[in-house]
Design a protein around this ligand. Structure first.
Ligand code: ZN
Length: 145
């Protein structure tokens, strides 16, 4: 009963500054953005690679100057990579044990190396996709000044 004066005044409003500004670089649709990221190409222009090495990201795209290095991908790529790869691993474990197959020492070593390579490939693809998503959303890392 004490809040009956003006119902609008009791709500906290979002300030305009809290809403991220739309990105100032041109982005394709969601599917194309994620596809370019998965293949390691600039999500904005598809002309240059995202990565300078295995996982190091270029500061800017050499062609369209999209700020690839400002995207705070953080822990999302390893999370996505583990989620995907470990589901495949669980599938193989079920097939192996349900079928009574026990890999020997050499086959186990080969499978472990394959698993490691799969994890590395999945991590790079997930990081590219996450950078593409962040770039399309315009979510840049906060600058510490
Ligand atoms: Zn570009």
């Amino acid at each position: 009963m004490q809040n009956s004066a003006d119902p609008q005044s009791n709500f906290e409003r979002w300030s305009q500054a809290a809403v991220p500004a739309p990105p100032e670089w041109n982005m394709p649709g969601w599917v194309e953005t994620i596809k370019r990221g998965v293949f390691g190409r600039c999500p904005s222009c598809n002309a240059t690679p995202i990565f300078d090495g295995y996982l190091k990201v270029h500061d800017k795209c050499g062609n369209c100057a999209a700020p690839l290095g400002d995207m705070p991908a953080d822990d999302a790529p390893p999370y996505i990579a583990m989620l995907v790869v470990l589901h495949f691993l669980a599938l193989f474990l079920v097939i192996f044990y349900h079928g009574g197959y026990r890999p020997g020492f050499v086959m186990s070593a080969v499978l472990l190396i394959l698993l490691a390579l799969l994890c590395m490939a999945a991590l790079r693809m997930a990081k590219g996709a996450v950078i593409g998503i962040l770039l399309k959303l315009g979510l840049r890392r906060e600058k510490l000044e």
